[in-house]
Design a protein around this ligand. Structure first.
Ligand code: FES
Length: 175
């Protein structure tokens, strides 16, 4: 499996020149070769990043993901989405910490999110535990479509400003 993302054709407003693309491609190939030399599988090194089935933030306001088969966390860095399946429910969160927008990380050992900047902690359902933040993780609108989850990245709910919408931004997977 290739670890490199396909550069989409027809990118009319793409500002990268061909020579710069070539340079970036060579750099990525060199990095992959270095990882292989060190005995690291480049695909494994990117294991916390995954791509949606369909949609892309900035081009389409919804992105679609297959329902995760088991409890866990997947991070779609391109679309700034955290997708969670946890204890019979699915959630989508904005990747940024609600305090000062640092990318959140998942601590698999403790089953919680942690901010690397000021160390706020959150439960898998986004509920705030402790730290400098003053609300839970920002949830995105999420709907079930058959075996997929459709996330509307333009509909983000802050727990303190939109408590009802925040609470409703969940898909039950128990039925
Ligand atoms: S940016 Fe996350 S706690 Fe400050």
């Amino acid at each position: 499996m290739s670890v490199f993302k396909k550069v989409e054709d027809g990118c009319e407003d793409c500002s990268l020149s061909q020579s710069r693309r070539g340079f970036l491609r060579q750099s990525l190939l060199a990095a992959a070769a270095a990882l292989i030399t060190l005995g690291v599988n480049p695909a494994a090194a990117l294991a916390d990043s995954f791509e949606p089935i369909d949609g892309r933030r900035g081009h389409d306001q919804t992105v679609k993901y297959p329902i995760p088969a088991a409890d866990g966390v997947q991070i779609d860095k391109d679309n700034q989405v955290i997708l969670v399946r946890w204890q019979g429910a699915a959630y989508a969160f904005n990747l940024s910490c609600p305090h000062q927008n640092t990318a959140l990380r998942w601590d698999d050992a403790d089953h919680r999110f942690q901010c690397p900047k000021h160390h706020s902690k959150y439960r898998p359902d986004g509920v705030f535990i402790e730290g400098r933040a003053t609300r839970g993780m920002d949830r995105l609108s999420i709907q079930r479509e058959g075996n997929d989850l459709v996330v509307d990245v333009d509909k983000m709910f802050k727990q303190d400003a939109s408590a009802a919408e925040w609470g409703a931004a969940v898909v039950s997977l128990t039925n």
